[in-house]
Design a protein around this ligand. Structure first.
Ligand SMILES: [Zn+2]
Length: 416
């Protein structure tokens, strides 16, 4: 049971006034239950009633029972986090031509939306916050603040990710030279350059997936995908250093599926994934080449060190995703996390790949120039981002190494 709060109690809305002098005459009641918990009771109109009823039906459909008193009112909330909802709402508000001060106040107050109709439904404190936000909007129009450098740097690397999807797509579709004569001495199926482009094509798809996740505020899972771009990069550096292994890569990526190659079998007749056999002549090749081996084959001396520190570092990040297991009930399990980290690593690994493409004879001279231009500007934005994020003097070895690597790429492109 709950009853209306006493008029001489402090108003729960946060104004420091007693209830009688604050929210007493509003179109809602502050009530208190047996456990001493305060709640705001608002009259429910037909629309709200229908929405609640639909939510209840969804709940019953999934769980096969009526929701308990403590169950969430809207089970579909797990599809979205609060950031998504707010961002979507702001987008719709802007598109519908709503006055900018209203959009600003909605954002500023963390989701209040005040109209003449609902004014008297709001606690006094919320009314105050709303009015302050509206005033602040007009004040900022006359006194614009200095641009936040960190946010600007973050926005630049997010924009770079979009640009890079276009560059990868463009290079793959229009960048290939018609006069390219491949070297098929190590495999009749594929040349080194063609293999490098299949790695770029795989990264192009991954970039699009990452963009989709980031557009939906899913940062931590994009980091796992960013790692696969890094692995594509390692494939390219390895095959450039060990052209004799090209058919192993072909076999593993395509040959086994296409039926030109099979895994070897041991004496007991079980599959032995360490060796692949070319069916037509029985030639044997490696069935597995470790990522570490690939990294250590790179001509770039920093690559082995980066490899060593990076895997540990990226898995440190994924531990952040476990924080919902800690015993606090304040953690929103759908919350946005690691957005900037995901964008940063994605862009970094993408320019690693682009840098590997510029000396391939399969690409046109024009395409190579385009790659140099984007690599130069993306590396510059990444360095600016590290500076603005105060990661300049970060002790983390992975960040230090990656920064040196980006710097090297940047300097090379500046001198090109
Ligand atoms: Zn009040």
């Amino acid at each position: 049971m709950s009853e209306k709060l006493n008029p001489d109690e402090l108003c729960p809305c946060g104004t420091d006034l007693i209830y009688q002098d604050c929210c007493w005459d509003k179109d809602f009641d502050w009530v208190i239950n047996d456990e001493g918990e305060c709640a705001r009771v608002i009259p429910v109109n037909a629309d709200v009633e229908e929405a609640l009823d639909n939510a209840r039906k969804v709940f019953i459909d999934i769980f096969g029972r009526e929701p308990y008193k403590t169950d969430p009112m809207f089970p579909l909330k797990y599809f979205h986090n609060e950031d998504d909802l707010e961002r979507e709402t702001i987008k719709i508000m802007r598109e519908s031509g709503m006055r900018p001060e209203i959009v600003y106040a909605y954002e500023k107050t963390g989701g209040l939306l005040v109209t003449e109709e609902n004014w008297n439904m709001l606690p006094t404190k919320d009314q105050e916050l709303w009015d302050e936000a509206i005033d602040e909007y007009f004040y900022l129009q006359d006194n614009p603040p200095e641009e936040d450098q960190f946010e600007a740097a973050g926005a630049a690397i997010i924009e770079d990710l979009r640009r890079m999807i276009i560059v990868f797509g463009y290079i793959l579709e229009y960048g290939q030279s018609e006069s390219y004569k491949g070297d098929y001495s190590h495999s009749k199926y594929i040349s080194i350059d063609e293999y490098a482009l299949t790695c770029a094509a795989r990264s192009f798809k991954t970039l699009r997936a990452i963009k989709f996740l980031l557009d939906n505020s899913i940062g931590a899972d994009s980091l796992a995908l960013a790692r696969s771009i890094y692995e594509s990069y390692l494939h390219i550096v390895f095959i450039k250093a060990h052209s004799e292994k090209i058919e192993s890569f072909f076999a593993l990526q395509l040959g086994i599926k296409a039926g030109t190659h099979v895994y070897a079998k041991n004496k007991k007749g079980n599959v032995d994934r360490r060796t692949v056999i070319r069916i037509e002549d029985g030639a044997c090749m490696d069935g597995h080449i470790s990522m570490y081996k690939m990294a250590s084959s790179s001509k770039e001396p920093l690559d082995t060190e980066i490899f060593d520190s990076l895997y540990e570092f990226l898995s440190e990040f994924s531990h952040a995703g476990l924080s919902y297991l800690t015993k606090t009930d304040s953690v929103d399990i759908t919350r946005t996390e690691l957005q900037f980290e995901a964008v940063f690593y994605t862009s970094t690994f993408s320019i690693f790949i682009l840098e590997q493409l510029v000396d391939l004879s399969i690409l046109t001279e024009e395409a190579k120039k385009d790659i140099e231009v984007i690599t130069k500007s993306v590396s510059n934005n990444l360095l600016t981002f590290l500076r603005e994020a105060h990661e300049e003097n970060n002790d983390n070895p992975a960040i230090k190494l990656i920064k040196s690597r980006i710097q090297k790429i940047h300097e090379r492109e500046c001198n090109a």
